[in-house]
Design a protein around this ligand. Structure first.
Ligand SMILES: Nc1ncnc2c1ncn2[C@@H]1O[C@H](COP(=O)(O)OP(=O)(O)O)[C@@H](O)[C@H]1O
Ligand SMILES: [Mg+2]
Length: 180
């Protein structure tokens, strides 16, 4: 690794890239990101936290649409950003809780969201701006970092799945191997 990847971006110190078990892919459209979300959904166990990190517009909500649909909890178009309401729930048994912490400023606010209750109820918790989660939620975690490459390309880095990339990848989505 020489510090830059195929896109010329500088790799972050101590970040996702240094984990040899991370799965890294590049998607080329929102549809591909949603499709990847469908494939990911099959690997997400109940009672798990999916931590999404990445700048505004990096595709966190788009990926969530695919995951929620893949879990059979709602259709993609029914999944909208909870950036004002902070939390949305999907599924007849409320099996997916989707939170966006962008506007959360204090730990008190964070604690009113009841995020851990979702885990206790066996739901899957998907959290945008997971950087703002203080400490860890006592649950299995899948960490996903999303990066903007250009208008239509996003890099998605997944940590915490016990699955080989081959078991996860739709053929239309290219694995980003160049900077390994
Ligand atoms: N490959 C891609 N994956 C995801 N979103 C993409 C992609 N290419 C373009 N986009 C666009 O980027 C935006 C991502 O927005 P969103 O998912 O709301 O991001 P975030 O939740 O991280 O702020 C959408 O307008 C989407 O159409
Ligand atoms: Mg969002």
């Amino acid at each position: 690794m020489n510090g830059t990847n195929s896109e010329g971006n500088t790799l972050k110190e101590g970040g996702f890239y240094t984990n040899p078990n991370a799965i890294v892919i590049v998607t080329h459209s929102p549809e591909e990101t949603m499709e990847f979300g469908h494939h990911l959904a099959r690997q997400i166990p109940a009672g798990c936290v999916v931590r999404l990190e990445g700048e505004l517009g990096s595709g966190k909500t788009t990926l969530t649409k695919g995951m929620v649909a893949g879990l059979g909890a709602a259709r993609e178009e029914e999944v909208t950003s909870p950036s004002f309401t902070l939390v949305h729930e999907y599924g007849a048994e409320r099996k997916v809780r989707h939170a966006d912490l962008y506007r959360v400023e204090t730990s008190r606010e964070l604690s009113t969201l009841g995020l851990e209750d979702a885990i206790d109820q066996g739901a899957i918790l998907i959290v945008e701006w997971a950087e703002k989660l203080e400490g860890r939620i006592a649950a299995r975690e899948i960490r996903i970092k999303m990066e903007w490459i250009d208008d239509s390309k996003r890099r998605i880095i997944v940590e915490g799945l016990n699955v080989s990339p081959e078991g996860l990848f739709p053929q239309s989505i290219v694995r980003d191997e160049d900077f390994r």
